[in-house]
Design a protein around this ligand. Structure first.
Ligand SMILES: C[S@@+](CC[C@H](N)C(=O)[O-])C[C@H]1O[C@@H](n2cnc3c(N)ncnc32)[C@H](O)[C@@H]1O
Length: 253
């Protein structure tokens, strides 16, 4: 991105009262992927100085919680925690502040202090992004959404695959407000599910019951899978055809 365009977002943030130019990245991500809806509980990891928190609060109007090792600016109606997102103790503090049934959205724009050594900085960024994913897996409601910043490098695809396994849709995205040439990219996960089943994978299941609409009900790792044209007690091989946050459909193979 040319310097004048970078300055454009910097000046725009100043003029519009955002604590960071990064605020526009979240606006662009959320517009494209509809990450945050009215009333959502949003947890933002690596949130200082607070531009994303301002945008999250505008979009949700619900409970918004920011976490950073640095102090976060005061934002009306936003709670904050000073803590390291890699620590279990910080996760416990987050859990204590969100509703019992979990969060709707987990965001992470955390970045390590850059050393200038590309692969070292990449490794530390993957470390932070992995902590954010683990947090998301612990606190997101089924169907919840996730966005995390990662500096690209050789561990990026592995990370993207991890996200892919526990969200029904996942994608890497570079918002226009990102600096260019920048190594940063955002990984978006939509519709969190437990990851108990894998799309197109085959499983041997036993039909435990028949549901109200006549479909057989099997369970794989406690996850409900509906199968058509089966009888109760039957054991068969199925292929997962379709996954929703709290159940899946499988076909006899
Ligand atoms: C690019 S800034 C976030 C900007 C923010 N999204 C905004 O709009 O204002 C990255 C932040 O990640 C934080 N950070 C880095 N490592 C962290 C860690 N282990 N735990 C918590 N925060 C961390 C940094 O302190 C820094 O404030």
């Amino acid at each position: 991105m040319p310097r004048d365009r970078r300055d454009y977002f910097y000046r725009k943030a100043k003029k519009e009262g955002y604590f960071s130019r990064a605020a526009y990245k979240l606006k662009q991500i959320s517009e494209k992927f509809i990450l945050i809806k009215k009333g959502d509980t949003v947890v933002d990891l690596g949130a200082a100085p607070g531009g994303w928190l301002q945008v999250a609060k505008e979009l949700s109007g619900g409970k918004v919680l920011g976490v950073d090792i640095l102090k976060i600016g005061e934002i009306d109606g936003v709670e904050t925690i000073k803590g390291d997102i890699r620590l279990a103790a910080t996760m416990d503090r987050i859990r204590a502040l969100i509703p019992k049934d979990g969060a709707d959205v987990v965001l992470c724009d955390a970045a390590p202090n850059l050393s200038g050594n590309w692969s070292y900085d990449h490794g530390r960024s993957i470390d932070l992004a992995t902590s954010a994913l683990e947090c998301a897996q612990k606190i997101l409601k089924p169907g919840g959404n996730f966005a995390v910043k990662v500096f690209q490098g050789d561990m990026f695809l592995d990370f993207l695959n991890r996200v892919h396994r526990v969200f029904i849709k996942s994608q890497a995205f570079s918002p226009a407000a990102s600096r260019d040439p920048s190594a940063e990219i955002y990984v978006i996960g939509k519709q969190f599910f437990s990851g108990a089943v894998v799309l197109n994978r085959e499983y041997v299941v036993t039909i435990e019951d028949i549901g109200a609409n006549g479909d057989g009900i099997a369970k794989i790792n406690d996850f409900v899978v509906f199968v058509k044209a089966v009888t109760k007690g039957e054991t068969l091989r199925i292929k997962i055809r379709y996954i929703k946050p709290t159940f899946a459909f499988g076909d006899r193979v």
